[in-house]
Write a protein that binds this ligand. Structure first.
Ligand code: NAD
Length: 288
């Protein structure tokens, strides 16, 4: 069910910096009270130069949530785009992810410290990228980094509810976010509810099915897009928002970046939400 959210003009500072003002971006409150833009941009598969260009263009359009990872090898360039925007760092919400293949305390600390060095000494949200390796040890170290003010929040990625519950048992700081594959062909609504009941906000990775035509050109989504005069990408991103999910579409294309952030001026009906929910095939990306 769609609950009305507080809508804030995240484009305000873009306007101040001379960029074209975008539509309002909805804000979500995480379980500890931290406020986060509900829509941002991801930089997976972008090399450093592409990440810099994409994030720079996105910031001008009003994006303030940016999602990178150690695995993407573009943390420093992503952060440089934030610095070069001239917009105060405090207006951004930057996420990175720990590569969980490190097994010793020393290796984990070294990896976390490198991310901090790449990204100006503080990170808004640090996630454990996958539920592998010494993740419980990594969590304890990340909790220490929160207490030291190096991370504002910490969370998980790709954690099935059983794995999430395992982490909740050892956590003294509860995960804020679980970033999981979430798109109309793999909407995991049962998992979404379980995360929400545990007080953990779901963030959608590959919200557009990584651009797969089957998802983007699905006839049901096309029908709804036509009815609203919107693109299929906008319909999917709006569906995420109405489900209370944070969404982070990726694009190198400024026209797509603009389209993706313009999802604040319409609302899907409950029937349209159900129609998109019904497209679920539990199909992971590699099966589409
Ligand atoms: P996505 O679902 O955002 O789709 C990206 C593709 O869609 C690109 O090919 C892009 O050109 C195309 N696209 C974007 N906007 C479009 C539009 N308006 N019209 C038409 N095509 C459009 O895929 P993604 O990059 O896999 O996922 C988004 C982000 O999620 C990543 O960049 C990354 O930050 C994160 N991610 C995290 C994990 C994880 O394990 N935690 C895994 C995958 C991705």
């Amino acid at each position: 069910m769609f609950r009305k959210k507080l809508w804030v003009m995240a484009a305000f500072s873009a306007a101040l910096s001379g960029a074209v003002a975008a539509q309002p971006v909805p804000q979500l409150t995480l379980h500890d009270g931290l406020t986060v833009p509900q829509l941002g941009c991801g930089v997976w598969e972008l090399d450093g130069r592409e990440a810099y260009a994409s994030v720079s263009a996105a910031i001008k359009l009003g994006y303030r949530l940016i999602d990178t990872a150690q695995y993407y090898q573009n943390e420093a360039e992503t952060y440089q785009a934030v610095l070069d925007s001239g917009i105060p760092r405090s207006e951004f919400f930057i996420t990175s992810k720990l590569n969980p293949h490190y097994s010793s305390e020393q290796e984990i600390r070294k990896a976390l410290d490198l991310s901090l060095q790449n990204m100006g000494g503080t990170i808004d949200l640090m996630l454990i990228h996958w539920p592998f390796g010494a993740d419980e040890l990594a969590w304890k170290i990340m909790e220490e980094y929160v207490r030291a003010g190096k991370f504002k929040a910490i969370g998980l990625s790709n954690y099935h509810p059983d794995a999430l519950r395992r982490m909740l048992k050892i956590a003294t700081i509860k995960p804020q976010v679980n970033q999981i594959e979430f798109h109309p062909y793999n909407s995991k609504l049962d998992e979404l509810v379980q995360n929400q009941e545990l007080g953990v906000t779901v963030e959608a990775w590959s919200p557009l099915g990584a651009g797969r035509q089957k998802v983007m050109a699905d006839p049901v989504i096309e029908r709804i897009a036509k009815a609203h005069g919107k693109s299929t990408a906008q319909i999917i991103l709006r569906w995420d928002i109405q489900h209370g999910v944070i969404t982070i579409p990726r694009s190198r294309n400024p026209r797509h970046l603009q389209e993706n952030i313009e999802v604040g001026d319409f609302e899907l009906s409950e029937q349209e939400m159900r129609d998109i929910d019904a497209l679920n095939k539990n199909a992971a990306l590699w099966d589409i």
